[in-house]
Design a protein around this ligand. Structure first.
Ligand code: CA
Length: 361
């Protein structure tokens, strides 16, 4: 997270980041800093709150009586959708609107990170080393999953590392309580209410107990930080024990990450992209759009070491980061697949760069 946010995920504050993202091209921040010790942000990013020049960031009145009435109505709706009474008791009894969740949702980054600062937080040397170790320790499992879901192991491990530091930092919130808070509070009530109902369904289906359904302040769950809707769409029961356990079953976690990427168009015969440089005479302002690597090469784009681009039939586009040390990347379809996981340029580049370092180990 962005760190400045006293705690968000970079993933931030996801929501927040998204809003921020809308900003300018260079993109800012944060997206994911999850693994830096802040709570990770949801993988499928919630929509940004409605823009309102007058709405400030005041914390709304989380009136417990009004919440109780709201919750009773929600419980009735959930019951009508088939959620068992025992599950409703386990998930909803005693929950309260969490002021901390609203604070995190509304907090503004106190500063924005440059890309290099962001990389320092999301791809530190220790994470690269741990990722290489885990890649080696899980080689057989990752090989099976890679073959089944057509995603190279290094990308599965890179997402796992950036989302939750390989399962170490998964967020300590009761997911139902956090989602209920956001659904009750109202700015994106429809989105979070839908996620909340899906969370109840997940417990009802026996994948996780109410007590163990932990995640980020925004409801991103487990080691892969799936929002409930992503869980429903992409989580897998790889070990076939009847539960899609993205909280504590490693094979389910890794297969679920791979399945997500597969479903959003991943291609395991390509990488994500690469950092590039330009021949000196190139007028960079004329470079835009999607072109083949051969065309980019003719326009004066080179590998970062000055060598020619690969001779492959790949369509690519440029991503340029301004800042104290401008950097340019030529990105492929898999980069766009990572953006479907998290709409942050910084996040997607960090995943790619971490994956490259894992491969080089
Ligand atoms: Ca399982």
């Amino acid at each position: 997270m962005v760190s400045g946010i006293s705690g968000l995920s970079g993933h931030r504050s996801l929501a927040r980041s998204i809003r921020t993202l809308a900003v300018v091209g260079a993109i800012l921040l944060l997206a994911s800093c999850s693994a830096t010790g802040n709570e990770p942000a949801p993988s499928s990013t919630p929509p940004p709150p409605p823009a309102s020049p007058t709405a400030g960031n005041a914390i709304p009145d989380l009136d417990p009586n009004r919440f109780r009435v709201w919750l009773a109505e929600l419980r009735q709706e959930a019951a009508s959708q088939g959620i068992r009474p025992a599950v409703l008791d386990d998930t909803l009894n005693g929950i309260r609107p969490l002021r901390r969740v609203i604070e995190l949702d509304r907090s503004q980054p106190e500063f924005t990170l440059t890309f290099d600062q962001y990389l320092g937080r999301t791809v530190p040397a220790a994470r690269v080393a741990r990722g290489r170790q885990l890649l080696a320790e899980n080689r057989t499992l990752l090989g099976e999953i890679s073959a089944a879901y057509k995603v190279q192991p290094r990308f599965i491990v890179a997402l796992w590392g950036i989302e939750t530091d390989f399962g170490r930092v998964t967020g300590g919130f009761n997911v139902v309580e956090a989602l209920a808070t956001l659904a009750f509070e109202g700015r994106r009530a429809n989105y979070f209410r839908t996620e909340l109902m899906l969370a109840l369904q997940i417990v009802n289906d026996g994948h996780i107990s109410a007590k163990d359904m932990r995640g980020s302040w925004a409801g991103a769950m487990g080691q892969s930080q799936f929002m409930p809707s992503s869980f429903v769409n992409y989580a897998l029961d790889y070990d076939r024990d009847g539960r899609r356990d993205i909280w504590s079953t490693r094979s389910d976690v890794l297969a679920s990450i791979a399945n997500y990427l597969n479903q959003v168009g991943w291609r395991d015969d390509q990488t994500w992209g690469r950092e590039v440089k330009f021949d000196e005479q190139v007028d960079r302002s004329t470079l835009s759009g999607s072109r083949s690597l051969a065309e980019w090469g003719k326009l004066g784009v080179r590998r970062i070491d000055g060598g020619p681009l690969p001779r492959r039939p790949v369509i690519a586009s440029l991503v340029t980061l301004d800042g104290p040390r401008p950097r340019t990347f030529l990105v492929y379809d898999n980069y766009r697949a990572i953006l479907k996981w998290n709409r942050s340029t910084f996040f997607a580049l960090a995943v790619g760069l971490l994956a490259d370092q894992l491969d080089g180990g």
